[in-house]
Design a protein around this ligand. Structure first.
Ligand SMILES: Cc1cc2ncn([C@H]3O[C@H](COP(=O)(O)O)[C@@H](O)[C@H]3O)c2cc1C
Ligand SMILES: O=C(O)c1cccnc1
Length: 343
């Protein structure tokens, strides 16, 4: 087997291409990262797959979201048809799309929707989390189950030949869990960690801040806790599954494009448990949620895009994929200056 190129080799190759060194800016940084992750000067970004994990949240009973909990199942049903924003983006970008129920309150029909290429997996253990304001969201066994579900989906993607993966999530109320995780794992101030999620008004926002403050005070009183225990207290089943997905995908050497605030809270949890995980990540975008930038900084990541998006489902990561494709095309296809014939 050929030895993996050093960072010096990677820089030298990119600088040798037919352009002034550095002139392709961040595209060069992305190309460097692709090479470093895959240990090659010829990285590949296909086949690629989005895996969306869906689950419900007990904390929705606290009025922390503008939407009823039932919307989680309704949107996940639309995901099965491939017609959510992330499904449409994925199809457009030749990305396989998989949806995993890891804890929806109500089971969805598992039969494939006619005409849809979406793969659906019912892997739920517990159906919906506990209310994290007052009690642990899940037990240690439930955490392990959700983590293993995510990890198995990374194995499946790798076995199917994928070289790049994107994790997405669907779970009404999950920006509240993400805010708690960002605060506890990245030290983000509660006022900055809490945002409007899927469209909260001012009254809802103030309520959400109080709920997150209560949850954090409750968890602090239990300390010392390790990252897994923090995940049990304030996580979500889809967030923990995403963490398991990221940790395993990184261990397998896959490129991961990170999505928004919720995905990043899962990345914080994964990286706290398996600290090499962040090295395989490219941050697709900066979400409009105010805590996202600080959460990304904790992972030493800087986002490719800042489009004001705040949807989740993998959409922000997918939006960055065409640029990741260009970075791969650059290093795989460009001639070197040395190849030029002198006039
Ligand atoms: C129709 C619809 C589609 C979505 N797709 C993702 N989310 C996003 O919004 C939710 C988080 O926001 P909050 O914590 O404020 O409830 C998650 O389901 C997230 O994936 C959606 C939300 C809605 C309403
Ligand atoms: O940044 C995100 O992932 C996000 C923000 C708001 C609502 N849903 C997702």
């Amino acid at each position: 087997m050929m030895q993996a190129p050093s960072s010096h080799d990677i820089n030298a190759r990119i600088d040798s291409l037919c352009k002034p060194p550095g002139s392709l800016g961040e595209l060069e940084s992305i190309a460097r990262k692709l090479c470093a992750i895959q240990g090659t000067l010829s990285p590949s970004v296909s086949p690629r797959r989005v895996v969306v994990f869906a689950a419900d949240h007990g904390v929705t009973s606290e009025g922390v979201t503008a939407w009823p909990s039932e919307v989680t199942g309704l949107v996940t049903r639309v995901m099965q048809s491939g017609r959510t924003a992330s499904g449409v983006f994925a199809e457009h970008l030749h990305c396989e799309y998989e949806v995993v129920d890891v804890g929806l309150r109500a089971r969805l029909p598992a039969s494939r929707i006619p005409g849809s290429a979406v793969q659906f997996i019912d892997a739920a253990g517990r159906r919906g989390t506990g209310n994290l304001r007052f009690a642990a969201a899940m037990t240690g066994e439930e955490f392990d189950h959700a983590w293993a579900v995510g990890s198995a989906r990374a194995d499946a993607a790798n076995d199917d030949g994928c070289r790049l993966v994107i994790g997405g999530e669907m779970g009404i109320g999950n920006t509240t869990a993400a805010s708690c995780l960002a605060s506890l794992l990245a030290g983000v101030d509660v006022q900055d960690a809490v945002g409007r999620g899927a469209g909260l008004n001012d009254i809802g926002l103030a309520k959400k801040v109080r709920v997150v403050e209560d949850a954090i005070a409750r968890v602090r009183a239990l300390e010392p806790l390790d990252a897994q225990q923090i995940g049990c207290e304030v996580g979500g089943l889809e967030i923990v599954a995403l963490s398991g997905f990221y940790a395993r995908a990184a261990a397998l050497g896959l490129v991961i494009i990170l999505d928004g605030y919720i995905a990043t809270s899962a990345a914080l949890l994964a990286d706290a448990i398996h600290p090499q995980t962040k090295l395989n990540m490219i941050a697709g975008h900066r979400s409009a949620e105010p805590g996202h930038q600080a959460a990304l900084q904790q992972l030493w990541l800087s986002p490719v895009l800042d489009l004001g998006c705040r949807l989740g489902e993998g959409t922000g990561a997918l939006a960055a994929l065409p640029l990741v494709d260009l970075a791969a095309a650059m290093i795989n296809g460009m001639a070197t200056l040395a190849e030029l014939e002198s006039p």
